[in-house]
Design a binder for this molecule. Structure first.
Ligand code: HEM
Length: 87
């Protein structure tokens, strides 16, 4: 889990750092999505639960620092990423 946590954090950082670079983000997320589909056998229907788990985790971790604006922004970002991973 420790290694996976670091990989997920690195991945989120890559996404945040390159959100303005559409060409890169599309190819990175297309590749990551392909790995999920073919290597990890992740189906599209699993993405909403995964997104919900990330939001719940951030909410619990940040407690009073968490705001409705953060929640809205994270839900939109996860939807954007999840969509690109499945195209
Ligand atoms: C926003 C969506 C997601 C992102 C950004 C994401 C990101 C990642 C990253 C960065 C890795 C490590 C890949 C590597 O470098 O080897 C990974 C692995 C993995 N992900 Fe995801 N993921 C997402 C959604 C999901 C979903 C929906 C599932 C299934 C419910 C899932 C299951 C897995 C599994 C099984 C692995 C492999 C774990 C291992 O190596 O032991 N992911 N994911």
């Amino acid at each position: 889990m420790g290694d996976l946590r670091q990989k997920l954090l690195n991945s989120l950082r890559t996404i945040i750092d390159s959100i303005e670079n559409e060409l890169f983000i599309r190819s990175y997320l297309g590749y990551l999505g392909g790995q999920h589909k073919h290597l990890y056998h992740v189906e599209g229907k699993y993405y909403p639960a995964f997104g919900q788990a990330i939001v719940e985790t951030l909410k619990q971790y940040l407690q009073e620092k968490w705001t409705p604006a953060y929640e809205k922004a994270w839900i939109e970002a996860i939807q954007y990423v999840s969509n690109l991973m499945q195209t």
